[in-house]
Design a protein around this ligand. Sequence first.
Ligand SMILES: Nc1nc2[nH]c(SCC(=O)O)nc2c(=O)[nH]1
Length: 284
Amino acid sequence: LTPQLDCAGRVLVLDRPRVMGIVNVTPDSFSDGGAHDNVEAAVAHGLRLAAEGADILDVGGESTRPGADEVTVEEELRRVIPVVERLARETALPVSVDTSKPEVMRAAVAAGAGLINDVYALRREGALDAAAATGVPVVLMHMQGEPRSMQAAPAYDDLVGEVHRFLAERIFACEMAGIAKKRIVLDPGYGFGKTTAHNLLLLRQQSRLLDLGLPLLAGLSRKRSLGEITGREVGERLHASVAAAVLAAEYGARILRVHDVAATVDALKVWAAVAAQPSPKAAA
Ligand SMILES: Nc1nc2[nH]c(SCC(=O)O)nc2c(=O)[nH]1
C-alpha cells in the first residue's frame, strides 16, 4: 500500500521520492528591503521552485542554523503567514510551515498550510495540542540539544539507536495527543546536534529507521557536512547536495528537503527509473 499524506486536501503520494523546496523568509541579505520585500521575494522564489517541479513548498521564518538567535512569535508570523497564504493560493502544491511555535502552526494552517514541519518534533509548550487541532500531517525531526548550542560538542553512545528511540518516543507522544500515526513523517535531523561523522553514519544506516513504519524525510541540502567533505562553500554545494539526496532516497527517504529543486527532480527521476528494475535477488 502506497503511503500518502493528505495535506489539507492536497494529497502528497509517496509512491516515489518527492521534492520539498525550501522557501526561507528570513531578512534578505541582498537587499535592505523591509518585510514587504522579504515576502515578495519569498513568494517569487516559491513560485519558481514550483515551476522547477517541487512537490511541496516548505516556508520557514526562523533560521535554525547552529547559533541562530530566537525570532519572536509576532516577527515569525509577519514573515511566514503572507507567504504561506500566497503560495497556497497561487500554486496547487501542498505548503508546509517550518516552525516550532504553536501559534505559528495554527495561523499557518488557517492560512492554507497543509503540513507542519517542526525541527523540534512538537516538544515546545502547546505544540502537540496545536498540531493535533490542525488535523494536518506533521514532520518529527531528531535534534540533540538546542539550535543555539547543539553543535558545540555533539556526542552519542549509539547514534542511530538514540535517534530511533527519540523518534519512537515522539510518535507515542503524538498518538497520545490524538495525532494518528498515518499523519506522521520522521526525519533523522542531519546537522542538528551531529558532527559530519555522525551525519555520514546516520545516512548510511538511515534505513534502520524504516522499521518504525513511517515515511522518512531527509534534509542534507547545502549543509555544512557537505562542505567539509567537498571543501565547497555553501553556494557551491549543488553537486554534493544532489548526491546526498539520491543517497538518502536509496537509503529509504521519500521526501527530500532541498534548495536546488530542478537538479534534484532530475536526479530522483534517474533513481526511480533504476529502482523500478528487478533487483539482483529477484533475477537470481
Ligand atoms: N524537516 C526538516 N526541516 C529542516 N529545516 C532545516 S533548516 C537548516 C538548513 O536547511 O540548513 N533543516 C531541516 C531538516 O533537515 N529537516
